[in-house]
Design a binder for this molecule. Sequence first.
Ligand code: ADP
Ligand code: MG
Length: 547
Amino acid sequence: MSVTTEAKRIAAEFEYSDVAVNEGVKEFIAQMNEGLQKNATTMSQIPTYVTAVPNGTEKGLYMAVDLGGTNFRVCSIELHGDTTFSLVQSKVAIPKELMVAKTAKELFAFLAKQIELFLKEHHEDHFEASVRHRTTVSTPGGYTDDKAFRMGFTFSFPVHQVGINKGTLIRWTKGFDIEDAVGQDVCELLQREIDTLKLPVKVAALVNDTVGTLMARSYTSPGKTSTLLGAIFGTGTNGAYVEQLNKITKPMEGDFDKTTGLMVVNTEWGSFDNTMKVLPTTKYDQILDRDSINPGIQMFEKRVSGMFLGEILRTVLVEMLNENACSLFSDKDSSQNDYHSTTQILPNSPLHKQWAVDSSILSVAEADNSSGLKILRQFIEKDLGVAAASLEDAQAVKDISHAIAKRAARLSGVALAGIVLQTGRLDPGAGDNPGPKSAAAIAEDIKAGNIGEAAAATAKKLADTTGISGNEEDIVDIGVDGSLVEFYPGFEDYMRESLRATEGIGATGERRIRIGIAKDGSGVGAALIALVAAKMEKMLTASNAGN
Ligand code: ADP
Ligand code: MG
């Protein structure tokens, strides 16, 4: 079989139909609700204790730190209250020996020291004032921390969160291994070392990067509409959204502000449908899963995120090479290549190494629309280790890459559609400031006797003049982050295809959904969670004092 025919046949295996999208969305909603009702479900639906999202008018100076792997980042964020902010930051590599320190104290003392250095460099006034305050004021109740910076702590390791600034470490990952930290509250570990140095800093919030993305987008998005969902499509994929508090019926530990009636939920959607009820699958997905360190787990993520798409492509190409009938990357077609040299798979080619093919080649393949696919052929040499690939080879890589990425984006759209429908945010008047109703909704109201003819006429005129999609309150805002969604050409368009195909959203609903890049979740996002936490702390103190 020719390379071209074979590539087209394989690409077709990755097609994900509109019917399948609808089945996917229904199951996504079912599994979301299951996760809200009980523990140990496919989607964890973790309550984050964040009970409000910002609208861009928030003000103040906050701090944020981020411990995610190789680096420790310290920043201060000034929120200007007009959707803009300024950010100062420092970054330091974590010394290798501290990643495997004998005690947690060694690591956290180092982190606190970095916070001290940052404060001395960037906030000397505040720092000095607080030291003076501490040494001159003696209050019966001890040092009051009113003047302390509120700080958000982004900690990207598995934690069991039990309050807005409380969470115990489940296990270390990414090369860290400090045994006595496991089971301890990481916020307390950090606070203890901050207090030892007498720094004017209070760890106010423990932050997940997805929640940070939601908060950052909600603050920076145009207008006052608050954001519904923050979603990450990078190395991994996950989303956090604003849920009605009364839908979370599983037990929740810890105190939180119940007055908003809302809570941000971290879905952990990477493990949606681990039981494979509705997810599409191919021979290549099965090989990837079988050879992974966690077969049967993160099944949605394995079809969607950056860590896996390159590996799916590699698996397909290796299978094609193993099929004797197919002449991929063989010299047969190289008469057509413009190097006039022999096509060959180089020794040490990433094709023969698990995880060695980066997903970015999918973006290159999609972006190269030149007739000779010259750029893609250069990347095939550099990233796949195949010298002088023919045009036919390159076209095959392009077709297969396209199919893998398109399926990933359409699946991502399923997650977005599921959350939009679950939250009912497209329903008339469902926004935080209900806007003018649609003509159909007004007709319903008249029939039900809810409004008089005159009021209906005014409302209709308003609806007609503003137009549904033009009205800010009718917009459903979604923030996204991650290299895949940012750099794969047309990723958003394919997500939108799924939104349009979904019953209950359709073309009208899809037009009302605004998707925007949310930058800096672990900086400004974490700061905003610290702000929400500080407000909550005040409320809880007030209500406890009232008791
Ligand atoms: P992280 O998720 O670690 O915060 P990123 O958002 O940058 O980081 O995502 C990194 C992932 O995105 C990697 O798996 C990488 O293979 C993939 N990636 C990087 N650049 C591109 C690109 N241009 N197109 C598609 N995938 C990309
Ligand atoms: Mg990221």
